[in-house]
Design a protein around this ligand. Sequence first.
Ligand code: PRT
Ligand code: MG
Length: 204
Amino acid sequence: MTFDNVTVAVAKGRILEGAETLWEQQGLPWPIDKESRKLWFSPEAARPGMLIARARDIPTFVAMGIADLGIVGLDVLEEHPNAQIIQVADLHFATCRVVLAGKERQWPAGPTRIATKYQRIAQAYFAVHHHPVEIVPLSGSLELAPVIGLAPYIVDIVDTGSTLRQHQLVEIATIMESSARLIANPSHWRTKPALEQLRNRLNP
Ligand code: PRT
Ligand code: MG
């Protein structure tokens, strides 16, 4: 098996850390040396090439065929849908939940504000529940919103729950569960058998 025509786009941060563990478990040489600030590593026979990018850009690289495969959270795929990619495996790491949280464990009584960086997921969730909301888009530090009075509720990622607890917030409902997904460029998936072989190694 040779990986010298395979490139994987990986989301920086937690997903990249999880990918490193997976590579080690499968005996695939990890291309990135710790000090390096390089964002692209060319493929070699023993290991696929790697491209590191912001999570929401991973589907774009894969859709455009710049990378054959990508690794990104399901939360990102749901928030930034891309019809030109296919999901080929659940990699079962970076598991977390997208939740509705607030100061009390109580569903909003009437129309309310929701601070979130998951505008699409939140909008769809409240539409299903026929509950009118005003979405306040934020790109980070969501836990601050209820504390400083920007919005009484947030829709955010939770793993252990310790960040919510630190801000005296509680979970009200789980909106979706997420984990790292392997995505593929559909035409590359059909024409490059090495992709399925790599998938089978990453998702035994
Ligand atoms: O660019 P951006 O800031 O959006 O992302 P990033 O590059 O900083 O990546 P990173 O490392 O934040 O993780 C991105 C992906 O990891 C998400 O899209 C999820 O699929 C997944 N993931 C899994 C998580 C968490 N667990 C998680 N706990 N992403 C974020 N968190 C945050 C959470 O929002 C909270 O603020 O970590 C904090 C700690 O969580 P607790 O509940 O364990 O305290
Ligand atoms: Mg982050």
